[in-house]
Write a protein that binds this ligand. Structure first.
Ligand SMILES: [Mg+2]
Length: 248
């Protein structure tokens, strides 16, 4: 199990403060949003790949009806297969076969089409933009996922790249997610005043915190890879983006 972070007791006020700062600074303000497990929920993509793999290779028929709801985060496939009823041994056998298929298909334009928004995300990002801030989607998705990524953003009503909105994707297959994201910090700083940055990975949130000590840095508690499991002082854990109770 990876570390879990308790949500900040005033998280809704913190999200409101970011909107207020966006409105105060307008086009001087820059807000950075990660995509996977921050604005977009990848669990349907994980489940769809299991279904496709079972269909194409005829292995593990017990997983033909694998239920995406067994995934509590985007990072707990092993536990989710157990919740579906597989024995620990069957889980290991399945994962050994499935992993290469997952690696070949997960980061593709086609597979990402089934991603859904994290609760409240499209409305919150629209409000940030409407308040006047410039937006950067900063994602370690490879550049060749741009078409599918744009389709999903459009379909769910997120502001699309254009004047004041940019989509920065990882260009170099060799660079790590961490190197890629740190490499975007100077670009963000040149673009304007970074008032907020949102990510689900503690490592990326900590890097934003170090680079932009004046900014509000938000960690989405949707789940993370476990590469870094300590959170820097001042990073604000939030569960989702719905500012009003009951909002989807
Ligand atoms: Mg992410």
């Amino acid at each position: 199990m990876t570390a879990h972070f308790e949500v900040h007791p005033s998280w809704r006020q913190v999200l409101g403060h970011v909107l207020a700062e966006a409105g105060r600074l307008r086009t001087d303000a820059v807000v950075a949003f990660d995509l996977d497990s921050t604005l977009l929920d990848n669990r349907p993509r994980q489940a769809a790949l299991v279904h496709r793999f079972v269909r194409e290779y005829g292995t593990s028929p017990a997983l033909a009806d694998f239920d995406a709801r067994h995934l509590h985060t985007g990072f707990d496939m092993r536990e989710a297969l157990g919740r579906q009823g597989l024995s620990p041994e069957a889980v290991e056998v399945f994962l050994a076969d499935f992993r290469p298929y997952w690696r070949a298909h997960f980061f593709t334009s086609e597979a990402c089409q089934v991603d859904v928004p994290v609760r409240g995300a499209p409305d919150y990002v629209r409000r940030t933009r409407a308040a006047g801030a410039q937006l950067a989607y900063v994602t370690a998705r490879p550049e060749d996922m741009r078409p599918g990524t744009l389709d999903v953003l459009r379909r769910h009503g997120f502001p699309l790249p254009g004047p004041g909105v940019q989509l920065w994707m990882r260009q170099d297959e060799e660079s790590t997610d961490e190197d890629f994201k740190r490499g975007t910090h100077p670009r963000l700083a040149r673009w304007g005043r970074v008032v907020a940055a949102f990510d689900n990975e503690p490592g990326h949130a900590n890097d934003y915190r170090a680079a932009f000590p004046e900014a509000t840095v938000v960690l989405l508690t949707t789940g993370h890879s476990g590469r870094v499991s300590a959170l820097a002082e001042g990073v604000i854990p939030v569960p989702h983006f719905a500012l009003d109770a009951g909002q989807e």
